[in-house]
Design a protein around this ligand. Sequence first.
Ligand code: SAJ
Length: 412
Amino acid sequence: STVGVIGLGYIGLPTAAILAANGVAVTGVDVNPETVDAVSRGEVPFVEPDLAGYVAGGVSSGKLRASLVPEPADAYIVAVPTPFTGDHKPDLTYIRSAAEALAPVLRGGELVILESTSPPGTTQRMADWILALRPDLSVDGSDGRPAVYFAHCPERVLPGKVMVELVTNDRIVGGLTPEAAQRARDLYQVFCQGEILLTDAVTAETAKLVENSFRDVNIAFANELSFVADKLGIDVWELIRLANHHPRVNILQPGPGVGGHCIAVDPWFIVDAAPDEARLIRTAREVNDAKPRWVLHKVVDAVADLGVANPVIATYGLAFKPNIDDLRESPALEITTEIARTFPHATVLAVEPHVEKVPAQLADLVNVRLAGTEEALADGQVHVLLVDHAQFRALAGPLAGRRVVDTRGMLR
Ligand code: SAJ
């Protein structure tokens, strides 16, 4: 069988590569010519463990190709971004473009799977967009029009473990029709060893959003405890460690805020779909989004306490979580930027072992530069711990007794 994967990003490219590794002829489609060129050469335009080997192998075996436009295939997987707009409304522009690109190549009988994390009802909307351009087709073969089988199969892989979790995670498959769900299951069975659970499309869409909202609400609880503990003058990490000894309590860890392109986004899709009902989910987003500013205030206090006009402030970590190079929606990057803006006369030394060149967001701030750990330890007067990278575990000794804002409890 042949599969077209629309969108060669963090999800589409690994999915295309794993299908190809299992003998499926895959055409990866992307609107970005640089991405298409890179994949055609067997290269990966971003960092994800083990992915490079799969892509190189797929291209050299001839099973994986890349193209700027969709080509006829038996099945399509749409894995394009679903960001939100400034007022927290979902932006479905990329799905709509994918639907418009796909419509002319359909012949009837194909399976079209939406993998992008999407608000409830999006699979139906994608089908509506396609069928509006192709009134000769239908979702169920009614009126003698050939069927196109639409399903939603949300991705659930953890960045940094994508190639493992693609194979081992259970998957939810929601069809616009039961037949569509069954066909989608057959496709995922090619590489997925987890359980494949069938449902309808709206339930599948909502399940994905609920998973990430669950995590967001739980992280917000931990972050709220960090505000409470600070007010009470107690150590939040000690507090959580002790409370977690209860057999039915399992509190997550506070941090500088919630980053990444999923957990900080997806809960808003639920809030948008059910604004009067999703009160806790909305509040959790607000609590987590308030955390970077709170950390900035702690830095302002530490600098005031230092009482120096041109302080040297060292920040440790820019990524959105430990041991990766991903800076998307990173609270650590946001906090470092805000520190530099707040203290134009300070020197900010940003330590990020996973990044080699200054990120665009920091590029026009003349008082920030990347530095190594040794320089930061030697010259820094205020130390802000933002990401618990493995490399930073050794900081506890050298930073003991110094002026530190520790957002991750790393000095404990
Ligand atoms: N964080 C904390 N405290 C914690 C745990 C996490 O502050 O105790 C922060 C992290 O530092 C980071 C953010 O939360 O800034 C999110 O990190 P994460 O590791 O929880 O999740 P992601 O964004 O890398 O991946 C999530 C996963 N979803 C769940 O665990 C429910 C993943 O399975 C999804 O596939 C992914 O979102 C996605 O693409 O939706």
